[in-house]
Design a protein around this ligand. Structure first.
Ligand code: PLP
Length: 396
């Protein structure tokens, strides 16, 4: 029995079976590569689910983590800590938003944004509370963010969910207008739907949504948990579309591997007041110190621009594969959020062969793969990774 199989047997016996895992036990990472328990090396195009923006064990992250671990981990939000304030300042100064609150995950960030919108509705919109979100969206797994998520198959086992959400087709402004009532307080959208299959809207979609929200005094909440922190080629996805949200949520890449989430808001709609919201661990010294170091590095070294160039390179390589394999029906992406779609449900098979060939990928749909590698990936690593994917595709 391989070392990996022995670990997988332990998982089968002791772990809640909630995730369909690939049979790879990762024990070490460096840059864009990881190694499994048997010493096999892989190129990592999953990146911790779009988290490891600077790759694995980047020295800036390791240094911030170890220095902060030796200084201060956790106080409570009853007191001020400096890393939290530095990160708040950095994010506000580099975005169009004015205030930030830190939590521990994406779902928590969205929960906070939803609470903010509800309170805003109570204070400024005669109690309006409904939030419009899109089908195929993904906003998290808590009962309220599941209600926001427009994918019934995630919801059905857990009904009833939090009320007050209306779903409309993505990339369809008329549907949004039609669903708007006096009760609508906010629209919540991903600039590109990630988990829903890398669905890229028309170039003018967000601008038209913005105009509608302005007209009807509705808050525009952008869930940038997957698209933010450089993934699409700008620090924030909204910058790619020439609009400003009223509220934005971040997580994933914000911490470059440590668990942190955030919601940011413009001053006019920051309706939350002392006592309205809080978190024991949210924004603690350890996670904010690492997130600050990672975010500052991303900004100072213009990593989003590198991600844009590498995204174009990756897309070109995937287009070459599409030309070679007739069962690939589409490749699409922006920055380093990219997908390859097949004419049938073969993701599972492709992933198994890809693992053998030494490249880690995500099966975002039964018929589609998602690529979300570290933003620091090089052109050579992309060539090598897509070369390994080609080996896998040849076996289909
Ligand atoms: N929002 C988006 C757009 C996401 O992609 C995800 C996770 O995939 C979430 C929210 C939930 O984040 P978390 O898993 O950290 O709760």
């Amino acid at each position: 029995m391989s070392k990996s199989s022995a670990w997988i047997a332990i998982e089968n016996q002791y772990y809640a079976q909630t995730v369909r895992r690939q049979p790879v036990v990762i024990v070490q990472g460096q840059g864009s590569r990881v190694w499994d328990a048997d010493g096999k090396e892989y190129l990592d195009f999953v990146g911790g689910w779009a988290v490891n923006m600077l790759g694995h064990c980047h020295p800036v992250i390791t240094q911030a983590l170890t220095e902060q671990a030796a200084t201060l981990l956790q106080t409570s939000n009853q007191f001020y800590t400096i890393p939290q304030l530095l990160l708040a300042q950095l994010l506000v100064e580099h975005s169009c938003l004015d205030r930030v609150f830190f939590g521990n995950s994406g779902a928590e960030a969205n929960e906070g944004a939803i609470k903010l919108a509800r309170k805003y509705g109570k204070k400024h919109r005669d109690g309006a509370y409904e939030i419009i979100t899109a089908f195929h969206s993904f906003h998290g797994r808590t009962m309220t963010t599941l209600a926001a998520t427009g994918q019934p198959h995630y919801q059905e086992a857990f009904l009833p969910l939090s009320p007050g959400f209306v779903h409309v087709a993505y990339n369809d402004v008329a549907a949004l207008e039609h669903a708007t009532t006096d009760n609508t307080v906010a629209v919540m959208l991903e600039p590109i739907q990630g988990e829903g299959g890398v669905n890229i809207p028309d170039d003018d979609y967000l601008q038209r949504v913005r105009a509608w929200c302005d007209q009807r005094k509705i808050l525009l909440i952008l869930d940038e948990i997957q698209t933010g922190m450089g993934r699409l080629g700008s620090l924030f996805g909204y910058q790619e579309y020439g609009i400003e949200p009223d509220v934005m949520t971040l997580a994933k890449g914000l911490g470059c591997g440590v668990p942190i989430g955030a919601f940011l808001s413009k001053e006019f709609c920051m309706a939350l007041e002392p006592g309205d919201h809080g978190s024991t661990f949210g924004g603690n010294a350890l996670t904010t110190a690492v997130a600050h170091a990672g975010s500052k590095y991303l900004i100072d070294h213009n990593i989003p621009a590198h991600a844009k160039r590498m995204g174009q390179h990756l897309l070109a390589r995937l287009q070459e594969l599409k030309a070679r394999f007739s069962f690939i029906v589409d490749v699409r992406g922006k920055g380093l959020l990219t997908a390859m779609e097949f004419d049938s449900d073969i993701s599972h098979q492709v992933l198994a062969h890809a693992n053998e060939a030494g490249v880690l990928l995500n099966g975002v749909k039964p018929n589609a793969l998602r690529f979300m590698p570290p933003l620091t990936i090089t052109a050579e690593e992309i060539d090598e990774g897509t070369g390994r994917l080609e080996q896998a595709l040849k076996r289909i």
